[in-house]
Every structure is written in structure tokens, then in C-alpha cells.
Design a protein around this ligand. Structure first.
Ligand code: PLP
Length: 455
């Protein structure tokens, strides 16, 4: 395990008095906190020493977009550029530790299994949530210990459980009897975490239909664990991705407490609570993150004594802000829609076009990194590189991806200033559920990737 030097990177002090902490939370701003430059240089140095990744530049007075602009000038052959800011992970972790001091993050690598992002996470001492043998292999390859991994897919294939057993990854989730029996047969030493359904009605992507047991069924499963001597460690849930209701976390934490009580009452005390993923990660979402933290911190303190390990599985929270992406407008047309027939009083007929829309075709689309618009229901916002005066009129605009599929849309009917063929635009917060599921459909190349650290 590499040296993390965590003490300088983060500043959470475990306040004992709840009132003091509440006050602090109220006055905290969600602006990027100023971190010591040490936090970044240490990460840069360790990337070199531990992984041989030398010379990742640190920028203190340049933004990722400014860097991309330079790359666009320099390399005219590349059609889509992406910059991965490894420093953003440090900022996000610092923010997490300040706002959720009791909750240990296990990064859900599915959001962005980029090896350098995972390496930085490991250097910072973050643990991992994996969904498959392949993801476990990746985390072990950067030096994570099997104890630092939770295999948090409630429906697991045989080979994946066998691999976990070989590697000693013991913690895994389940939500039904059949899964419990399967795990017990293949890997009886596994430490089980029972996933319950959360109130996910206010999530962009609810999970309750596919995963999570009802409260009543969870009680039965606890009984089942007791009767077959399974090591039940705790309870997990996932409020769904893009959850904008702090109460969903609070309600489910309270249900988990009732299950802790039940399990204790039958002589099987639990010591592990997993708050799952869904934590917002874009700049706007940071306000919501703070609200969720403010809502759950007192509940966690009230309901769970310090012997209970509390973790979460943030994916997008860490991944989103890592990546900024630049695409070029290579084609443009005016679209007038299907003409409407108008019958005049004198019996003549006219065909009048609907309101004009400008359509751009750009170099990356929904089959590439913008698959987040389909699978993750994201709305992405293009930003022009060129200076636009505030009084330039905006027009109805659609950005299409480059393939021949008409579903390949990046941003539909947004208000946008006029652009020319050859202009470039960029998109912030493009790290989560983007490059990880991108394809080269229709023969389009993947974006170029640069790694830097922005402080
Ligand atoms: N944990 C589990 C079990 C998941 O299925 C997911 C996402 O699918 C996550 C964590 C990460 O979710 P998010 O990226 O919304 O934080």
C-alpha cells in the first residue's frame, strides 16, 4: 500500500459536539476549497514512484478548457479531445471528508474505470466498489487490498464469485434467498451485506425494480442467514442515480436501523452500513450534495454508534468533474421542419415552414462519449470556445453526433449562439458513464485523452 500522506490532503476534524458540527455545516461554502499545493505535488510524485507515470503536469493558473484550446490549435488531426483532471479527484475527496466525515467512500469504478483515476483514488486511500471480476482485477492491479473492495452487485455470476474467493474479496451484497444459497455454496466465508430497496421515486434512474429487498423480505433473509450460519455483516441500499431527495437517504437509513435492531434481537448484531451511490457530482449538484450531507449526518450519529463502519459507493460524485471534452462542428444546416398547409380565404393554399432550427453535426456523439445522454439520462451543455458577446441572439439549435443514426443526438433544441463549420465547443462534467461505455460505431475514433492535474 503506497504512502498516502492523507493528513495534509484532507482536513476533517471529528467534532464530538453535534451542535458545533451543525454550525460548521451551515456556514460552509461549496466553493472549491483552497488546498495546499502539497496535495497535488504529492499525488504527482506518487504517480511516478508507484506506477511509473512520470511528469503529469500541474496547472495552477489554467483551466481544462484553456488547455483544450491549446491542444486544438496544436493538433489539427484530432477530431475530439478530452482532458482528464486528476486534481479534481483530490478536490472531491476533500469536499467529501469535510461534509461527510463519518462515511468512508468506496469509489464505484463502473462510473469511470480509467486506470489513472483509479490509481489516484488508491493513492488517496479511497476503497472500491466493484460490480464484476473484471473490475475487481483492475482494482487489485493498482495495489488495492481485497479488504478494500466491496463486490456490490446483488446478482453475481458463478465465475465472478469464484474469482472473488480466489482473491479473498469477502464483502458482497445480496437481496434474495437464491443468491444467498449460491454464495453460501461457492464461498461460505463471504461476509454478506443485505441490500434493501430504497425510496427511489425521486431518482433519475431508480433501481428498486431490479435490486433491493423489501423490508419484510429483508427480515426473512436475516432469519435465513441466522438459520444457515451465514456471516451477515450489515445492510446496504442505493437510492438510485441522480437522486435529488435527501429524505430518501434519511428514510432508508432509518429502515436499515430497524433491521440492525431486528438482527441484534435474534443474536446476530450487525456492524456495517453501506449508503450506496447516487451522490451528485457536477458543479450544480454540489449544493444538493451539501443538503444530503446536512440531512444524514445527524441521523447517522443518532442511530449508529462509532463501532458501526459506514461506507458509501459514490461513482459519478468522483467521476463527473474529471473530464472536459471538446468537439468540432464539421457540418451545419438550417432545418425548417415539415411545412404546415394553410388555406387562404380566397381558396388558395400556402405551405408555411415551422420555426427555423439550426443543426450542427459534431465529431463525438451518443455512440461515443455522449452515450450518457441515453443510458444515464444526462443533459449536456455545449460551451463555445470563441468569445460570444452577451447581446448576440440565441437560436433554436440541435447538436447531432457524427453517425448516420438519427437517434445520435447530443443536445436537442437548446438555445445557442450561431456557430460556423470548423468551430469547437466543449462540455464540462463528462467523466461519468461516458468514455466507459463509448463505442467506435460507424468507424469514428475515440477522443484523444490527456492527463493533467489542475489545482
Ligand atoms: N453502487 C451500485 C451498486 C451501483 O449499481 C451504482 C451505479 O449503478 C453505483 C454504486 C454508483 O452510482 P452513482 O454513479 O450514481 O454514484
Amino acid at each position: 500500500m503506497p504512502q498516502t500522506g492523507r493528513s495534509k490532503m484532507v482536513a476533517p476534524t471529528n467534532k464530538t459536539k453535534k451542535t458545533k458540527r451543525k454550525q460548521q455545516l451551515r456556514t460552509r461554502t461549496i466553493k472549491k476549497p483552497v488546498l495546499e499545493i502539497d496535495a497535488f505535488t504529492r499525488t504527482q510524485r506518487l504517480l511516478g514512484e508507484v506506477y511509473g507515470l512520470e511528469g503529469i503536469e500541474i496547472f495552477s493558473s489554467k483551466t481544462p478548457a484553456q488547455f483544450l484550446e491549446e491542444m486544438i490549435q496544436k493538433d489539427q488531426m484530432v477530431e475530439c479531445h478530452s482532458i482528464i483532471d486528476l486534481g479534481s479527484v483530490i478536490h472531491q475527496l476533500n469536499n467529501w471528508k469535510q461534509l461527510l466525515p463519518r462515511v468512508q467512500p468506496f469509489y464505484a469504478i463502473k462510473a469511470f474505470p480509467n486506470i489513472n483515476v483509479i490509481r489516484v483514488m488508491h493513492l488517496l486511500g479511497v476503497n472500491f466498489d466493484c460490480a464484476s471480476a473484471g473490475e475487481i482485477r483492475t482494482c487489485l492491479s493498482v495495489g488495492a487490498s481485497p479488504n478494500d473492495i466491496i463486490y456490490a452487485n446483488p446478482a453475481k455470476g458463478f465465475k465472478h464469485i469464484e474469482y472473488s474467493k480466489e482473491q479473498g474479496v469477502k464483502k458482497m451484497t445480496f437481496d434474495n434467498k437464491q443468491e444467498l444459497m449460491k454464495i453460501q455454496k461457492i464461498y461460505p466465508e463471504a461476509e454478506l451485506v443485505l441490500r434493501i430497496a430504497a425510496n427511489d421515486s425521486k431518482s433519475i434512474m431508480p433501481f428498486g425494480y431490479k435490486f433491493g429487498s423489501s423490508f419484510a423480505y429483508a427480515v426473512e433473509l436475516i432469519d435465513e442467514c441466522k438459520s444457515c450460519g451465514v456471516q451477515l455483516q450489515g445492510i446496504s441500499f442505493h437510492v438510485g442515480s441522480g437522486c435529488y431527495d435527501p429524505q430518501a437517504y434519511v428514510d432508508t437509513i432509518k429502515s436499515a436501523r430497524r433491521l440492525f435492531d431486528y438482527s441484534e434481537s435474534i443474536g446476530m448484531p450487525l456492524n456495517f452500513l453501506d449508503l450506496g451511490g447516487g451522490w451528485p457530482g457536477d458543479k450544480e449538484g454540489m449544493k444538493l450534495f451539501q443538503k444530503i450531507a446536512d440531512a444524514i449526518n445527524p441521523v447517522l450519529d443518532e442511530l449508529f454508534d462509532p463501532t458501526v463502519q459506514i461506507i458509501a459507493e459514490p461513482g459519478r460524485y468522483f467521476a463527473m468533474s474529471t473530464t472536459t471534452m471538446a468537439v468540432q462542428i464539421h457540418s451545419k444546416r438550417d432545418y425548417f421542419g415539415a411545412p404546415t398547409k394553410i388555406e387562404n380565404e380566397d381558396g388558395t393554399v400556402d405551405f408555411v415552414s415551422a420555426e427555423k432550427e439550426v443543426q450542427y453535426y459534431v465529431t463525438e456523439g451518443a455512440y461515443g462519449a455522449f452515450n450518457n445522454t441515453i443510458w444515464d439520462f444526462q443533459k449536456v451543455t455545449p460551451v463555445p470556445f470563441k468569445q460570444i458577446s452577451p447581446d448576440v441572439p440565441l437560436q433554436n439549435t440541435t447538436f447531432f453526433g457524427p453517425t448516420c443514426d438519427s437517434l445520435d443526438v447530443v443536445a436537442k433544441r437548446i438555445q445557442f449562439p450561431d456557430m460556423d463549420i470548423g468551430d469547437w465547443v466543449y462540455f464540462n462534467d463528462m467523466g461519468a458513464y461516458t468514455l466507459t461505455a463509448a463505442s467506435n460505431f460507424n468507424g469514428f475514433e475515440s477522443p484523444s485523452v490527456y492527463y493533467k492535474i489542475f489545482t
